[in-house]
Design a protein around this ligand. Sequence first.
Ligand code: TRP
Length: 353
Amino acid sequence: MEKIILTGDRPTGRLHVGHYVGSLKERVRLQNSGLYDKIYIMIADAQALTDNAEHPEKVRNNIMQVALDYLACGIDPEKSTIFIQSTVPELTELTFYYMNLVTVARVQRNPTVKAEIQMRNFAQSIPVGFFCYPISQAADITAFRATTVPVGEDQAPMIEQCKEIVKKFNAVYGETLTDPEMVLPGNAACLRLPGIDGKAKMSKSLGNCIYLSDTEEDIKKKIMSMFTDPTHLRREDPGHTEGNPVFIYLDAFCRDEHFTEFLPEYKNLDELKEHYRRGGLGDVTVKKFLNSVIQSELRPIRERRQMWEGRLPEVYEILRAGSERARCAAAETLRDVRRAMKIDYFEDGNLLK
Ligand code: TRP
């Protein structure tokens, strides 16, 4: 069986370091592993419209930004197909058929949907399209016969629901769809990077993000203003590293080589943490080190982004060609689906048989 990756992001803003460690970095690693036959990276504009129907310009304005972020991180258009969701209408048709295989109660139990309904204050005014987005996400995944879906932890209930739809479809109509596996980053700190204010999630609306497109000075300012351990008032005081955003970021980003390069007094992160807990290590020293680490990781990304910003017509062409390829792949699956459901009436005069 071919090994196929599908994943994507809603284009509602530029991508930040939470996206990067939570998923983008892993995608690039998988892309470059050479283990996958096909890789699809989708800009989920139709899904973004499910809760932005009145602001389509917000979605449109971020399509190029997300494409630039992808290319900047090392998604290679020679190896991966980058495409825009709404240019593949086959996805909508699949969604419509899958909707009959899922109950309203099941979607209501989906923890991610629940959390998002609460976050958006939808209460009694949930748009039907928004409510159905887990089903459309199952269409995205199965249309490309994805075996592997690298995502952030918050997407786990979506993949779970997709697997149920696959099982149900195959049980009702015969073995047709591919059952996908989710892949999470191995490092626990990468699963959910907190905001620079220590809030559980990095999110644009909270204004606590470090963006991949931030300048060197922006990043430094944000890191030097990060929340740390509120009980660590003076340098001599013993400090907490658990739950301390600066140390969570170090867990996510730093490697032993960074100490040799930027802070040779310590061999590794364990030694640094140990000193912080004992007391006698100031927050400024730790933040300066974190700044050096993050700058060294984001510098090449920013430079690659600037390079692509100067070649926008090429980016446009990458998206256009990618969307065309994606549409062909999804159309093949849709043909199989229609055949399995026996609604392929005009294939070989089927309706007459
Ligand atoms: N729900 C994802 C997000 O919020 C985007 C997405 C849409 C997706 N379809 C997908 C991710 C299919 C993985 C697989 O960013």
